[in-house]
Design a binder for this molecule. Structure first.
Ligand code: TYD
Length: 218
């Protein structure tokens, strides 16, 4: 008998599942977010749980205030990394951990892999320092499943060049995004059991087929 079944029999809701979405700007994550969220909610409902959707940088009132500064203000990349973890500290304590403890599932549009990819890979902040912050802020908390939308940087660039005025991150160079993508891929190789990689070059329908397969495993 699984832990989930034992908890149900005891009338206790099992701990919720923590799912994160990742990828460089322009991979099409936003296009699939609502659809994925609806399908995940169906999946969670089968197990008697609800889905709380959140995002980083942000997720709390303080996080949203800091997000505005982060997306607009130039700053040292170490400062940027520290702010990302400060936002995350608040996010985990006030939203993510209470939800998981209640038995809700949490879907976060970006989490710590973004900091390793953008600040670590893209900007060159020491990975060792980021690991110290990760341990400090998260303890043992890690996503149960991380869906990485992967796309060559040139295609991501052409998808990014839409009408909206780009923020500070979206204006970065192709080389920056190549380093960011490389760090994402390096992380997937380090924790293959946690990551599901989506080939985001595919059409919307084909990407959804890939997501359906992942949903069956969550
Ligand atoms: P957002 O508009 O939410 O972008 P997206 O829709 O692509 O998620 O902006 C978030 C930006 O912040 C995005 O460019 C990635 C960046 N970011 C980091 O650099 N480090 C981080 O730790 C996080 C969470 C985001």
């Amino acid at each position: 008998m699984t832990n989930t079944m034992i908890s149900r029999l005891n009338g206790v809701r099992p701990r919720g599942k923590f799912i994160t979405l990742e990828g460089i700007d322009g991979v099409g994550k936003t296009t699939h977010l609502q659809w994925f969220c609806d399908r995940l909610a169906e999946r969670a409902a089968q197990q008697g749980a609800r889905v709380i959707v959140t995002s980083e940088p942000g997720g709390t009132p303080l996080g949203n205030m800091l997000r505005e500064i982060l997306l607009r203000q130039e700053m040292r990349c170490e400062t940027e990394a520290l702010l990302m973890f400060a936002i995350r500290c608040e996010h985990i304590a006030t939203l993510i951990e209470p939800a998981l403890t209640r038995g809700d599932w949490v879907l976060s549009d970006r989490f710590t892999d973004s900091t390793f990819a953008y600040q670590g890979g893209g900007h060159g902040v020491s990975i060792d320092k980021l690991q110290v912050l990760e341990k400090w802020v998260q303890g043992e908390l890690q996503p149960d499943c991380t869906v990485l939308f992967d796309l060559p940087t040139k295609i991501a660039y052409s998808r990014r060049s839409g009408a909206r005025i780009p923020d500070k991150f979206e204006r970065k160079s192709d080389e920056f995004f190549a380093r960011t993508r490389a760090e994402y891929l390096r992380r997937t190789a380090q924790a293959p059991e946690r990551f599901a990689i989506i080939n985001a070059v595919d059409s919307i329908a084909k990407v959804r087929e890939q997501l359906e397969v992942i949903l069956m495993t969550i």
